[in-house]
Design a protein around this ligand. Structure first.
Ligand SMILES: Nc1ncnc2c1ncn2[C@@H]1O[C@H](COP(=O)(O)OP(=O)(O)OP(=O)(O)O)[C@@H](O)[C@H]1O
Length: 312
């Protein structure tokens, strides 16, 4: 668990707090996304967790331990860090980049080699193709995968990710978000992601922290925030389509009715969201859609009315 206890940061020469008496608890094994207008203090907050910045007030605790009292190398070993432009070493091969931390830790070659293969496979890169390449021989998305693999190398408990998909084209970005989310669940990490992208915050976060002027405005699940923004600022920050965004968080299974005779037209998979189902209904001007299981068997029917009722 990460606890920010009344954390304040005032940069030298500045008369305002970059982070202002922030209280925030991030439960072990969950992903928190931090979002807010430019300059609201997201990155500063994140960098105080791994001590790249020092708070001027308050404390940061990791599993109850004050990070200012922990040896900084030990701390950073427990915390993976991924940034937007990845920061791969350009003159080193991919395998050497991924092995950065294992080498610092003095792992044996065989162990490091196994770990490199395992990590590259985890991020869907073929080790036999990628190991000997250099960063400039990779696409932006591939480089981001390598940066992610490198941060995971020593199996840290915590991953801090600052705009991890910021420099990636929209299509690759969505793919990477989906993959990284699966991986982070599988390896069960505590994750903090700073982002400018509301859809990303909603998709990746178990909880979203919305900040403004160094303060935490709202901290809750994406669904709760979209349903009940705490004030006018948050409401306008979420945008006029927040009701539609919320539909993307509700699975069709939770709103569908029993399968009847209606299921002759188009149908949708049971893992889809109400947003996907409504999009299909609108595109084909349908009163509803059938819902099928993973084997393609009908399991229910979802009407437009059911979507609207679920949303109410
Ligand atoms: N090294 C620094 N020295 C002085 N002021 C800084 C420094 N780093 C950040 N700041 C200031 O602190 C405030 C918070 O910055 P921070 O980078 O944490 O915000 P952010 O929410 O991550 O912004 P962005 O979304 O634009 O990346 C800003 O006013 C910024 O100008």
């Amino acid at each position: 668990m990460i606890t920010l206890d009344h954390v304040t940061k005032t940069y030298p020469g500045s008369d305002r707090h970059a982070v202002d008496a922030l209280d925030l608890t991030i439960e072990t094994g969950t992903t928190v996304t931090m979002i807010g207008p430019s300059g609201c203090g997201k990155t500063t907050t994140m960098r105080m967790i791994n001590r790249l910045e020092t708070p001027t007030g308050g404390r940061v605790l990791v599993d109850g331990e004050d990070v200012s009292k922990v040896d900084v190398r030990t701390l950073r070993r427990r915390i993976g860090y991924v940034i937007q432009q990845v920061g791969l070493f350009p003159h080193m091969t991919i395998e050497r980049n991924v092995a950065t931390v294992p080498r610092l830790l003095g792992w044996e070659k065989a162990r490091t080699d196994r770990r490199i293969d395992e990590l590259l496979e985890l991020v869907s890169l073929d080790p036999s193709v990628m190991r000997k390449r250099f960063p400039h021989e990779l696409s932006g998305g591939q480089r981001q995968r390598v940066g992610f693999a490198r941060a995971l190398a020593a199996d840290p408990e915590i991953m801090l990710m600052d705009e991890p998909f910021g420099a990636i084209d929209p299509i690759t970005r969505v793919k990477l978000q989906d993959e990284f989310r699966q991986i982070l669940k599988k390896v069960s990490k505590t994750v903090v992601i700073v982002t400018h992208d509301l859809d990303e915050a909603i998709k990746m976060g178990d909880r979203i922290a919305i900040m403004r002027d160094g303060k935490l405005l709202q901290y809750d699940t994406p669904e709760a925030i979209l349903a009940h923004p705490v004030d006018d600022f948050v409401e306008s920050f979420l945008g006029p389509d927040r009701a539609i965004k919320r539909l993307s968080l509700i699975p069709v299974l939770s709103a569908m009715g029993a399968a009847g005779g209606e299921i002759s037209g188009p149908s949708i998979g049971q893992a889809a969201s109400l947003h996907d189902a409504l999009a299909l209904m609108l595109a084909d001007n349908l009163p509803g859609v059938g819902v099928k299981d993973d084997a393609g068997m009908p399991v229910g029917y979802l009407s437009r009315e059911a979507v609207l009722a679920a949303h109410a």
